[in-house]
Write a protein that binds this ligand. Structure first.
Ligand code: FAD
Length: 498
């Protein structure tokens, strides 16, 4: 019999993997946990959000280091091309805007995309919620996810233009209750001197982020690729790891493995391990993103310009137009220079006066929309090559038109559009919110990969985590929800190990 070197191995160090590590540590501190991450560590403590790095050169270097290997581990597969800063594109050669997913991207670094994200953490509403999880369980898990990510709606409460922005949005969207126009909940901490810290996975990891406080029970290995999860008769026995600094391959024995390797690479690793349930990689959905930008009216800008210029608030806040079943999209309304999507480059800006409008749409969950893997062809990491088959349905296209109309409505009440272009759709994959590829289900009916505890059907000790687990059609930014599902999974795993 093999001696277990660890009680659990976590593959991937983004917010979902970090939530497993922290929750396992809090629920069962005696467990020995190894976390492996293919990308490099960017910071001390590891997992810091790159926006917290004060030196722009250091920030740019950290983003670059997250964009995949600079030399391919497989001579037949070229190195990936860069996506948005901190990300790399799956297939930089695919450019058709409405077929496939040309903007599908990933990050490879300690902290994953959680070192680069915008930190918007809305709760799912109405039919975005997972109906087979009872409301109390889901809400408590979302609350715990908010604690782990340090989510607040108050960080920009005193931003000079934010009150005006929301008052104007209320004229265009008549909403009440949970769907009312409100500040976007954000994973940030505001300090007494007014400065902001953006939550990376160092925040989620808490004491585990610091070598001095993590103790001997937790280990993080960067630049370590998990090539395969090892199984014996439906039970996890460990992982096969490749040290990317020297190519050495080792096996680590553990009775539980959590694959939190993003919505594309989690199913890739299961496929590489011979775990290939019918739903693997299927039901993939992205959130089509419609964007535009407006300039606030001069009187609004003048009323708050003193404060903004004095640096009272670098950001004018982020406002939220929540999802409803009638309008199945949600709006993120934010100061443009706080947005990861550049919209207008040739216009000097009074801080906070140019507002980006980003509407994320829910799409139908369609079995045929999928990421497929190839046994015979490998990617630049030496893992099964991925191809995405993805098409929008007629219903999706109608929702996108509805969202364009909503952005126009919002823009008209907020000010003047920056250019003549009507609100437009970004190429598929731009949202970076990919879901469904290892989806959770209530029953093992061939339409899901894991059960409500995130354990892969019929495979004891194998857990999946991240946005790919989310089974519903959602428009809200997914990280809060996937961290909540990770909390439920980690608690279940901790219980099973007592
Ligand atoms: P990731 O954070 O992607 O981490 C997965 C990690 O697994 C990666 O580091 C990867 O290298 C590693 N990995 C993969 N395969 C292997 C392997 N075989 N072996 C070892 N390691 C492996 N979401 C929101 O909810 N709100 C936002 O406002 C928001 N804004 C965003 C803005 C930007 C610019 C970006 C880039 C993302 C944004 N997102 C946002 C998306 C958010 O960052 C992701 O939802 C979140 O990081 C997903 O967490 P994860 O842990 O599942 O995966």
């Amino acid at each position: 019999m093999k001696i277990h070197e660890y009680d659990a191995v976590i593959v991937g160090s983004g917010p979902a993997g970090a939530a497993y590590a922290r929750t396992l540590h809090e629920e069962a501190p005696q467990l020995r946990v190894l976390m492996v991450e293919a990308g490099p560590s960017l910071s001390k403590p590891p997992g810091l959000h790159v926006k917290n790095l004060p030196d722009p050169k250091a920030r740019a270097a950290a983003q670059l280091a997250s964009q995949g290997p600079v030399t391919s581990l497989n001579p037949e597969s070229p190195v990936p091309g860069p996506g948005r800063p901190g990300t790399f594109l799956l297939r930089p050669d695919e450019l058709a805007p409405l077929a496939g997913m040309p903007a599908a991207a990933m990050s490879s670094n300690v902290g994953g995309m959680g070192a680069h994200w915008t930190c918007a953490c809305p709760r799912p509403g109405a039919s975005e919620r997972i109906s087979f999880l009872d409301d109390g369980t889901l809400d408590a898990a979302l609350g715990e996810a908010e604690r782990l990510l340090s989510v607040t709606s108050e960080a920009f409460a005193d931003a000079p233009f934010s009150g005006d922005v929301r008052d104007r949005l209320k004229r265009a969207f008549h909403r009440t209750g949970a769907a009312a126009i409100q500040p976007m909940p954000l994973a940030v901490r505001k300090h007494p001197d007014g400065t902001i810290t953006w939550s990376g996975t160092d925040v989620v990891m808490g004491p585990l982020a610091e070598p001095t406080t993590r103790g001997d029970f937790f280990e993080l290995r960067a630049q370590t690729l998990c090539q395969r999860v090892m199984l014996d008769a439906g039970h996890v026995t460990g992982v096969e790891l490749k040290d990317l600094t020297n190519g050495t391959v080792t096996q680590v024995h553990a009775p539980a493995v959590v694959v939190a390797a993003d919505a594309l690479r989690t199913p890739q690793l299961l496929f590489a391990s011979g775990v290939r349930p019918r739903a693997l990689g299927r039901y993939l959905n992205d959130q089509p993103q419609v964007i535009s930008a407006v300039r606030l009216p001069a009187d609004v800008v003048q009323s708050g310009a003193g404060e903004a210029a004095a640096g009272a608030a670098v950001h004018s806040g982020v406002s939220w137009v929540p999802y409803t079943d009638e309008e199945p999209f949600h709006g993120q309304v934010m100061q443009l220079d706080a947005s990861p999507v550049p919209l207008a480059e040739d216009d000097p800006v009074v801080p906070g006066s140019v507002i980006g409008l980003g509407w994320f749409c829910a799409t139908e969950t369609v079995e045929e929309n999928r990421v497929e893997f190839d046994d015979t062809s490998l990617d630049h990491y030496g893992m099964p090559r991925m191809t995405i088959n993805y098409n929008l349905t007629w219903k999706d296209l109608r929702v996108i038109e509805q969202a364009k109309e909503a952005v126009t409505r919002a823009g008209k009440v907020l000010g003047t559009f920056l250019d003549d272009r009507p609100p437009f759709l970004l190429p598929a994959g731009s949202s970076l919110h990919y879901q469904g590829s290892v989806r959770m289900g209530q029953y093992d009916d061939g339409r899901s990969v894991c059960g409500p505890d995130s354990q892969v059907w019929g495979t004891e000790g194998l857990y999946v985590a991240g946005n790919g687990v989310i089974p519903t059609s959602t428009a809200c930014n997914p990280t809060l929800t996937s961290v909540a599902l990770a909390v439920l999974g980690a608690r279940s795993l901790a219980r099973s190990m007592h």
